[in-house]
Design a protein around this ligand. Structure first.
Ligand code: AAT
Length: 292
């Protein structure tokens, strides 16, 4: 550990630790679920850390939040009801709210401290809460989904932390089953699905479960996020049986100008070309994912 630097150490990426130089620690607290910390870094802006793991930095959050949101929402025509699990910082809400077809945005985040801290220290991210279509539920995403009436949502976005800690069940089969139930026929889900460099075994399990549960399409996509372990993170995109969804060819392109009023900054990362490109996999990952 280097004095004055934050190092991200976890058994989920043994033998390596990305480090950021700390200018100042702005917040440290312990919620019912996890340790919460915010610090000012010297080169990535403010950083949100939960249980020692980086959740977002101001500089590169766009690469994650825009992709986890627009990959599913640009793949179906006229999404109306959207559910976000996790994502308490509000960044995914900010992105969902660019879609004018959307009428209802529910979010279920387990940890109220994440919401409060984000509103205080990350106003450009938590701006997502200002959309009147948003309803915040504080609670466990697993329990919330079990209570959702069948066929409610057009899209579910699972912006979850890693499977060590409160998010563990969000990576398990029963959870994916309740997601499928909560979606309308031809509805879509996009879940945080870890790194092809570090977690092929986790990805393999998720893909195997999803192929059993989702009778539409099942695809893996990825993006670069310099401050996430290994610098890349992936998403599992699935659709339920019903009107077919071709994730690789977005049918609902997002118009940059129309969707960027003053309060919402323009898209920085997502565009239709990177949408399609995100589904191209390196050979080693393709072999495992397509074999499942
Ligand atoms: N958008 C920032 C990226 C995140 S945030 C993940 C969120 O999921 C956290 O706010 C956490 O409190 C919440 N969460 C964890 N478990 C649950 C649960 N069971 N129900 C509801 N919300 C939950 C993801 C960062 C990825 C990090 C990659 N290394």
């Amino acid at each position: 550990v280097i004095p004055g630097w934050f190092s991200e150490i976890s058994p989920m990426w043994p033998g390596e630790a990305h480090s950021l130089k700390v200018e100042k620690i702005l917040f440290q607290g312990k919620s019912d679920y996890q340790n919460v910390m915010v610090f000012q870094s010297s080169t990535y802006g403010k950083v949100l850390v939960l249980d020692g793991v980086i959740q977002l930095t101001e500089r590169d959050e766009c690469a994650y939040q825009e992709m986890i949101t627009h990959l599913p929402l640009c793949s179906i025509p006229n999404p109306k009801k959207v559910l976000v699990i996790g994502g308490g910082d509000g960044g995914v809400l900010r992105e969902v709210s660019r879609h004018s077809s959307v009428e209802q945005i529910d979010i279920c985040e387990i940890d109220k401290m994440v919401v409060d801290v984000s509103k205080e220290f990350f106003p450009d991210v938590a701006v997502g809460y200002e959309d009147p279509r948003v309803t915040l539920h504080i609670g466990d995403g697993v329990a919330f989904l079990k209570a959702v009436p069948e066929g409610t949502y057009d899209a579910v976005i699972v912006d979850s932390s890693d499977p060590i800690g409160p998010a563990q069940e969000l990576f398990e089969k029963p959870f994916f089953q309740s997601v499928a139930k909560a979606l309308r026929p031809g509805g879509v889900v996009c879940t945080q699905a870890e790194s092809i460099w570090l977690h092929m075994h986790i990805i393999e399990d998720i893909v195997a479960n999803c192929r059993q549960i989702f009778k539409g399409s099942v695809n893996y996509a990825w993006t670069t996020v310099p401050t996430y372990p290994s610098g890349v993170i992936g998403f599992m995109l699935c659709s339920t049986e019903g009107p077919p969804v071709d994730f690789k060819h977005p049918v609902n392109p997002i118009d940059t100008d129309e969707n960027c009023s003053k309060s919402k900054r323009p898209l920085r990362f997502y565009n239709s070309e990177i949408h399609s490109a995100a589904f191209c996999l390196p050979s080693f990952a393709k072999k495992v994912i397509e074999a499942k």
